[in-house]
Every structure is written in C-alpha cells, then in structure tokens.
Design a protein around this ligand. Structure first.
Ligand code: NCD
Length: 313
C-alpha cells in the first residue's frame, strides 16, 4: 500500500473501442498486467462492486472479468439469462443501466445491438466497459490479443499477421484489426471467404489509419506468417440462415498444413469459442497459443479494472 497509483489516465474512463486508447496507454496496461498477480495481493479493489450485464452468451469474457475482480478483492453483480433477454429493448436497457449504475462502481456490458455500450456510457455515471456490442467492438479482447502477442514476440511491430475467418460479422477480428493500427506490423493479411470479407467501413478505417494490409488466400501467405489469428463464423449474426449454410466449414486450419508450410515459430491465436476452424491436433503442437491467450485474459482484465476503478497498490 505505498500509495502508488496504477494507470492514472485510465481512471473513470469508459472503454468502448480499442481506438479510445493510445499505443503508450496500451503498453502501460500490459506492464501493469505483468505485475497483476503481485498487485492483487494487497486486494486493491476491496469494497468495490463490478456489475456484469451480459445480454448475450459469454463464457471467457464474463468469467475472466469476474475472476479478475475477485482476485483484486472486489465483488461482482451479475445480470444474465432470462431477465437479460426480457430487457433487450432499447427503452428498458436505459432503465437497467440506471439501476446497475446505482448498485455498482463500474459496468461491463455485452449486448447484441451495435452502439449499446456507448449508449449505456451516456446514461451511466460509472465507467462502462464494452464486452462486445453486436458485430462492432470488443475492445478488451483486442487488448488481450495485443498483450498475448507482446508476451510471445516481445512486441507487435515488424510482425506478419494473418487474420482468418469471419471478418464481416466478427467483432473480435474487427477490434483486433483496429488495435493493430496503433502498432506497426510489417504486413497484415485479411483472409476470408468472399461472403465474409470485411465491411467497407472497416477497410476504409484501416486504410485511413495507415495499416499495411492486403486481402489474400491462406495458402499463398501461410509461410510468411508469424501469427495466424483465427475466428469462427458468427452464425448468430447472419441475417439469412441459408447464407450461413453456404460458408459453413469453408476454412479449417490443420496440423498438416502448418507443419508443411508454416514457420516453426508461427503461433495460432483464436478469441474462442472454436467450432471446427482449428483441428484439435493443433492443440498439442508448438503452434498453439490460443489457450495461453485465454489465460492471459485474467491478468489483462485485472490491470484494466485497477486502472478504471483507480485501485491503489
Ligand atoms: C468473441 C465474441 O464474443 O465476440 N468471444 C470472446 O469474447 N472470446 C468471439 C466469438 O464469439 O466468436
């Protein structure tokens, strides 16, 4: 309890998009995440309450926030399941947010509507953390992805990164790509079935931010990659189920493919859940880094909560 305050510039901030933060702020966050277990010993968030409002399914994001808050000595309130589904209308969301605002010190929200977290942030006085709003943003996942890469490779600059999968509806992939614009990767390859190419507005944003990227086929670029970031097809976001049927199972990363073509040091990331896009045989190989990535979700979110809630350590 030396009065050392962590992440001064994060205090009381809403976390809506990865682009709300500078590269320097993210690097400071990663430094605190490295120390998170040590800082947690002082229980810097005891007496504080974090509301978890999950109006869409979640395992990792919800549980890692919950675990992070508890490790820091804080408490959590959970809104999920039936009640959550009955408040899916815009008008009721506002009331729910007012209530959570009154009962907690910060709110983590996941919702199928784009802009839901921003809307909640306008209503709530407490900080609001976006845990996924429709197909739009998932900033804490992007922080975690960039943190994982920093731990594995010492940084993001100079790396060659392939992003494979549903780049049209996937918010994790979109936030990861936006996050990469804050760094200087050598090249980013966007690899998706034609129906799942990124939306124009995302491509325009990447371009205007000066990211070096190009669309490619996996077989043409696999041997160049340091990182292959894989995502699942976001079935639940397809407006037409027959469109999903057309692309289902259209890509799959196998161990044979990696052993034949990839660099020895290549690491495969995935925000999870995985459906069938990575062969289970990759799990036990040197290429697997997605379970490491999932584990790092706790210290990363501990650092973020200490910053936003102004924990002293
Ligand atoms: C992602 C999500 O919910 O956007 N999951 C996660 O938070 N780890 C990715 C996904 O659902 O495919």
């Amino acid at each position: 309890m030396g009065g050392f305050r962590v992440l001064e510039s994060f205090r009381g901030r809403d976390v809506i998009s990865i682009l709300d933060f500078t590269r320097r702020e993210l690097e400071e966050l990663f430094e605190v995440a490295d120390e998170a277990w040590k800082l947690a010993r002082a229980r810097p968030l005891r007496g504080r309450i974090l509301a978890l409002a999950f109006f869409e399914p979640s395992t990792r994001t919800r549980m890692s926030f919950e675990s992070a808050m508890k490790r820091l000595g804080g408490e959590t309130l959970l809104v999920a399941g039936e009640e959550a589904i009955s408040v899916a209308k815009g008008e009721n969301l506002a009331d729910t947010v007012r209530m959570l605002d009154a009962y907690s010190d910060a709110i983590v929200i996941r919702h199928r509507f784009e802009g839901a977290a921003l809307y909640a942030a306008e209503i709530a006085e407490s900080p609001v953390i976006n845990a996924g709003d429709g197909r739009q943003h998932h900033p804490t996942q992007a922080m975690l992805d960039l943190y994982t890469i920093t731990k594995l490779f010492g940084g993001v600059d100079g790396l060659t990164i392939g992003v494979l999968g549903d780049l049209r509806y996937g918010r994790a992939a979109a936030s990861f790509l936006l996050g990469l614009t804050l760094f200087k990767p050598r090249m980013v390859y966007l690899i998706s079935p034609p129906q799942l190419r990124p939306r124009r507005e995302l491509l325009d944003e990447l371009k205007s931010r000066g990211l070096r990227f190009q669309e490619a086929e996996l077989a043409d670029v696999l041997e160049e990659l340091d990182i292959l970031y894989v995502t699942r097809i976001q079935r639940e976001r397809f407006p037409d189920p027959s469109e999903y049927e057309k692309v289902r199972g259209s890509y799959r990363v196998t161990l044979d493919m990696l052993e034949r073509q990839a660099k020895r040091e290549l690491k495969v990331l995935h925000p999870l859940p995985r459906v069938d896009e990575i062969d289970y045989r990759v799990d036990g190989s040197r290429f697997q880094a997605y379970f490491t990535q999932a584990r790092l979700g706790v210290p990363l979110r501990m650092a973020l909560l200490m910053g936003v809630l102004g924990g002293e350590a």
